[in-house]
Design a protein around this ligand. Structure first.
Ligand SMILES: [Mn+2]
Length: 333
C-alpha cells in the first residue's frame, strides 16, 4: 500500500485529529487546514486546528478561521496529528515539541525542502499548493465538497500560484480550480480581497521599504530592508509584510530580489524571490527553505554581517562578482 492510501485509511478510520499549520500563516496553509478540518468534521470526526500565528486580516472572512487555537496543545495517544504545508518541524513554532511526540504524525506538504519528519509523509512537490493535495485526498475519501471547503481550497491554490501566475501552475491546478468554481466561489471578489486590497498601513510601510531599495550586481539583485521600527511607525504587523518582497523581483532587469527584515540587532529574516534561478538552494545554505522561485531563512546575527554573507552567496549563485553595497545606505532605522 502506498503512502497516500495509508493516509486515506488513517483519515477514514481514526476519530481524533489535531491539525497544525506553519508560522507566518499564508493562504495555502490556512485554506488547506480549514478545508481538511471541515471535511473531517463532516465525517463526524473530532478535529482541533492549531495555528502558530495570527490569521492575516485578508483571510479572516474564511469560514472557521476564527476558531483556530493558538496555544495549549495536548495530544492524547489516540490522536492523529497532521502537519499541513510545513516543510520542517521548526515551522510549527511553539507546537513543534508536542508534535514531535505524536505517535501518528501525517506530514502533508508540497515543499521540495520537506524533511519527511512524519510517521506518514505525503509530499507532492509537483503540487502547486498543499490545497491541491488536500483536494485529491478529499476525492479519495469521497467526501463531498461544500461551498466553504471549495472556497478555502480555492484560496489555498490561488495564493500559492500568485493568482495562477507562477510557473508552478499546471493543467491540474486549473482543473482543480475549475472544479472548485462549480461551487459558490467568486474569483473576482476573492482576488480583490486577497491580492488587491490592503490596509493603509501596508502602503505607509511600502513607502519606507522602497526608500531602502538598493540595486547590486549590475542591477541584477534588488534589496529592500525593513526594520521592526518601520513596522511600528506604519502600524503594520510582521504577517503583512510578505508580499512586499515582490517589488524587488519585479523590477525590469532584476534577477534576484532580497528582503531583509531586521527583527532585532541579533536576528534577521531574509526572503528571496527570483525570476529563473533556484533560490531554495540559497536559503538552504542558511538553514532556510522554500521553493525554487521563493524561499527564505532566518539568521541569528547582526544585519550588516548577515547582509554581507547573503550578498556573497547570491553573487556566487549569479556567477558574477557584485559591486559592494554601501553600508551607509543602512541607517539602522
Ligand atoms: Mn504552500
Amino acid at each position: 500500500m502506498n503512502e497516500r492510501s495509508r493516509i486515506v485509511n488513517i483519515l477514514r478510520e481514526k476519530e481524533y485529529f489535531t491539525l497544525v499549520g506553519h508560522i507566518l500563516p499564508d493562504g495555502d496553509s490556512i485554506g488547506s487546514l480549514l478545508a481538511l478540518g471541515e471535511a473531517l468534521s463532516n465525517l463526524g470526526k473530532q478535529v482541533k486546528i492549531y495555528l502558530p500565528g495570527i490569521v492575516p486580516r485578508k483571510y479572516m472572512f474564511l469560514r472557521g478561521s476564527e476558531k483556530f487555537l493558538t496555544e495549549g496543545m495536548e495530544l492524547s495517544p489516540g490522536t492523529v496529528a497532521i502537519a499541513v504545508d510545513c516543510s520542517d518541524l521548526e515551522r510549527l513554532g511553539p507546537f513543534s515539541e508536542t508534535i514531535k511526540q505524536a505517535r501518528c504524525l501525517l506530514n502533508i506538504d508540497h515543499h521540495i525542502t520537506n524533511q519527511h519528519y512524519g510517521t506518514e509523509n505525503l509530499i507532492d512537490t509537483k503540487a502547486a499548493a498543499t490545497g491541491e493535495i488536500i483536494f485529491h485526498l478529499l476525492a479519495d475519501l469521497e467526501i463531498p465538497l461544500t461551498d466553504s471547503i471549495a472556497e478555502a481550497l480555492y484560496v489555498a491554490v490561488s495564493t500559492d500560484t500568485g493568482s495562477f501566475k507562477y510557473d508552478n501552475t499546471t493543467p491540474e491546478t486549473h482543473r482543480i480550480a475549475a472544479d472548485l468554481l462549480e461551487y459558490n466561489v467568486h474569483p473576482g471578489v476573492l482576488s480583490q480581497r486577497i491580492f488587491d486590497e490592503r490596509p493603509l498601513s501596508y502602503y505607509l510601510l511600502l513607502r519606507e521599504a522602497l526608500s531602502s531599495l538598493e540595486l547590486l550586481c549590475d542591477s541584477r539583485i534588488a534589496v529592500i530592508t525593513i526594520s521592526k521600527e518601520m513596522l511600528k511607525r506604519s502600524g503594520t504587523t510582521v504577517e503583512e509584510i510578505d508580499g512586499m518582497i515582490n517589488y524587488t523581483r519585479d523590477i525590469e532587469g532584476v534577477e534576484l530580489g532580497i528582503m531583509f527584515y531586521v527583527e532585532s540587532s541579533e536576528e534577521v529574516k531574509i526572503g528571496f524571490r527570483s525570476k529563473t534561478i533556484d533560490v531554495s538552494a540559497l536559503a538552504q545554505k542558511m538553514n532556510g527553505g522554500g521553493h525554487p522561485r521563493a524561499a527564505g531563512c532566518r539568521v541569528n546575527a547582526p544585519y550588516l554581517a548577515v547582509k554581507e554573507k547573503v550578498i556573497q552567496e547570491a553573487e556566487i549563485l549569479l556567477k558574477k562578482p557584485c559591486v559592494r553595497f554601501s553600508e551607509a545606505a543602512w541607517t539602522g532605522s
